[in-house]
Write a protein that binds this ligand. Structure first.
Ligand SMILES: Cc1cc2nc3c(=O)[nH]c(=O)nc-3n(C[C@H](O)[C@H](O)[C@H](O)COP(=O)(O)OP(=O)(O)OC[C@H]3O[C@@H](n4cnc5c(N)ncnc54)[C@H](O)[C@@H]3O)c2cc1C
Length: 417
């Protein structure tokens, strides 16, 4: 195999977008994508709930809306452990419910069309640095083990990176790896097609939340994630709420499961360093996910675009030093921080709250009109600052005074894990 300029490890959305960006910058870049699966995006590990504004920023909104969208979402209904609810209604539809495998396959095809050498069923096993060049060892294809050289490596390996740790970069903390599972159901009683429902509580989805995402008038995705410290598995929680949740289960009484899938959500915010000599990390592998909701497609994808561009600039300048590649980290942090870190703060604080406190937070949210406040947040993907400002407003503090001890305890528990 010919030496390549940029080797991308992982052909998920972030890897494909990094390739698209590198080849849009310079079509002569020789880019190879290694993808261990047979088909990009399959089997899925996503609920497919993705913001329209984020898709527009990635330049893929039209394809996503026309060819992969099942439904549009305008509102979110939050339900407390006791069944109290808050409806946040945005002015227009802001999210699509998508077919992720189709979208991932499209991105992989686009990267190929621009000239990327996409190798399915090829797994990168090891990476070694010699004379300022990477030697990448992989399995797949005709021979059992082969190697290729590259000037720059980009890890877009997803939630469980192996290669980025080999180059000495940090990986997302396993202590905050939330197992997630989801059913796709038919014959669901859907009260409002444009509303997602989110259910909170320690018996429902300890440490995170469960949700019902309508696909159309009769089908929905119902799933949840839980904190990894839980003794029961995520599937046990999901089966329990499908059968027993007083508000959700009546809607699912006549439903049948047509599909099921799961995965892991890195919910510890971004890693401390995402670059080193000749190497960048993007997407879930860099923890570029929203720790509040688990969404990682748009932000990780955008970081993939930045990684591809900076890798191309490095090739153009023949400068592969960490000092130059640091620009990647500066750019994505300037775009997504402090949002991502604030979301991590909220995740850590909320994950260990007792149900009673969660319920009283719902009361406070209603008294202080959280719904109205969240309507005003410009970018639904970046809600960390909006939530932070709301939490620190005098009205919220006054109403929330009695919960401060539990919030502080939960926050400490979260940071001690
Ligand atoms: C149950 C669940 C629901 C979710 N729902 C949403 C949602 O509604 N909205 C949203 O925005 N996000 C959601 N997410 C998160 C979202 O799926 C991820 O943030 C997103 O897929 C990250 O993209 P990525 O390219 O970084 O990683 P991935 O999509 O995981 O892609 C990484 C790819 O790298 C390949 N790979 C890994 N190691 C190697 C190797 N050594 N050699 C070759 N190939 C390799 C893998 O096979 C994989 O295809 C959800 C996650 C889960 C688990």
């Amino acid at each position: 195999m010919d030496p390549c300029d940029i080797a991308i490890i992982g052909g998920g959305p972030c890897g494909s977008l990094a390739a698209i960006s590198a080849l849009s910058y310079n079509k002569d870049n020789y880019v190879t994508i290694f993808e261990k699966r047979k088909t990009s995006g399959y089997p899925p590990h996503c609920s497919g709930l993705i913001s329209i504004s984020g898709l527009k920023k990635l330049g893929i909104y039209h394809f996503a809306a026309k060819k992969t969208s099942y439904n549009k979402i305008r509102s979110a209904k939050f339900v407390s452990p006791e069944g109290k609810s808050i409806l946040i209604k945005r002015r227009k539809n802001e999210l699509l419910v998508l077919d992720r495998p189709k979208l991932d396959a499209y991105l992989a095809k686009q990267a190929q069309k621009l000239g990327a050498n996409l190798l399915h069923q090829h797994t990168v096993k090891e990476i070694q640095r010699k004379n300022q060049t990477w030697n990448i060892l992989f399995t797949g294809g005709r021979s059992k083990c082969s190697s290729i050289t590259a000037k720059i490596g980009i890890s877009a390996e997803g939630h469980h990176p192996i290669i980025s740790s080999q180059v000495g970069l940090p990986t997302p903390s396993k202590k905050w790896f939330f197992p997630a599972i989801q059913y796709e159901l038919d014959n669901v009683m859907i009260p409002e097609k444009e509303t997602v429902e989110l259910y909170f509580g320690n018996k429902i989805a300890q440490g995170f939340f469960a949700c019902m995402i309508p696909l159309n008038d009769i089908q929905a995705r119902v799933g949840l994630a839980i904190h990894p410290n839980m003794t029961k598995g995520a599937r046990t929680y999901l089966n329990h709420i499908v059968k027993k949740h007083p508000i959700l289960s009546p809607k699912l009484k006549k439903s049948t499961i047509i599909n099921s899938w799961g995965g892991f959500i890195p919910a510890n915010g971004p890693i401390n360093k995402s670059y080193t000599d000749g190497f960048l990390v993007a997407g879930d592998a860099a923890g570029q996910t929203k720790a509040t909701t688990g969404g990682g497609f748009n932000i990780g994808g955008y970081c993939g675009l930045i990684a591809g561009k900076i890798a191309s600039e490095a090739i153009e300048r023949d400068n592969f030093t960490g000092t130059f590649l640091k620009k990647y980290e500066q750019l994505w942090r300037s775009k997504f921080e402090p949002e991502l870190s604030l979301m991590k703060f909220f995740r850590r604080t909320l994950s260990f709250l007792p149900d009673k406190t969660l319920d009283s937070l719902f009361d406070i949210a209603r008294q202080t009109d959280l719904a109205h406040h969240m309507q005003k947040v410009d970018n639904i993907d970046l809600h960390g600052i909006g939530l932070f400002k709301y939490s620190l407003s005098p009205k919220t503090i006054i109403h929330g005074l009695k919960n401060i001890p539990q919030l502080v305890t939960s926050m400490f528990n979260g940071f001690l894990v």
